[in-house]
Design a protein around this ligand. Structure first.
Ligand SMILES: [Zn+2]
Ligand SMILES: [Zn+2]
Length: 147
């Protein structure tokens, strides 16, 4: 009967041969998250919906000019009608922005992000911020040493 490990391409190390330490080390680093300095990942899908709290807290304003339009449906606002203002000061019909924020958390105009109720996404955002700050720290240190 053929040896199972031989069939799978495995074999015993020969005398004087070393196991692949580099490969082992790389796996080790990845497992322990020590590769996060290179963190440049993007959230792989549309960010989750805005948190209910954030949506509830959107400012309500009264439209006082006839030449603004809603970036979502592109219709002009009627004077004296009510609209919702995002923290980035972009203004939308209530129905338009509520439908939008039910899908994803950022302003459709400038991508300003609202908080979400999604723990995974919030952790991802924190990690991304940390990675960016660390990169800045390293650059600052580098500049102070070499300029
Ligand atoms: Zn609209
Ligand atoms: Zn905006």
């Amino acid at each position: 009967m053929a040896d199972y490990f031989q069939e799978m391409g495995w074999r015993e190390l020969e005398d004087g041969e070393q196991p692949n330490h580099l490969l082992h080390m790389a796996r080790f680093l990845i497992d322990f998250g020590l590769y996060e300095d290179n963190f440049s990942g993007e959230w792989p899908r549309l960010p989750p919906a805005a948190s209910k709290e954030a949506v509830k807290n959107l400012q309500e304003i009264v439209i006082d000019t006839g030449d603004k339009s809603c970036p979502i449906c592109l219709k002009k606002f009627e004077i004296n009608s009510k609209a919702k203002e995002m923290p980035c000061h972009h203004v939308f019909h209530e129905k338009c922005i509520l439908t939008w924020l039910n899908q994803t958390n950022s302003c459709p105009f400038c991508r300003h992000e609202l908080p979400t109720d999604d723990e995974g996404y919030e952790a991802y955002k924190k990690e991304k911020l940390r990675a960016e700050q660390r990169k800045e720290d390293i650059e600052t240190l580098h500049n102070s040493m070499f300029s």
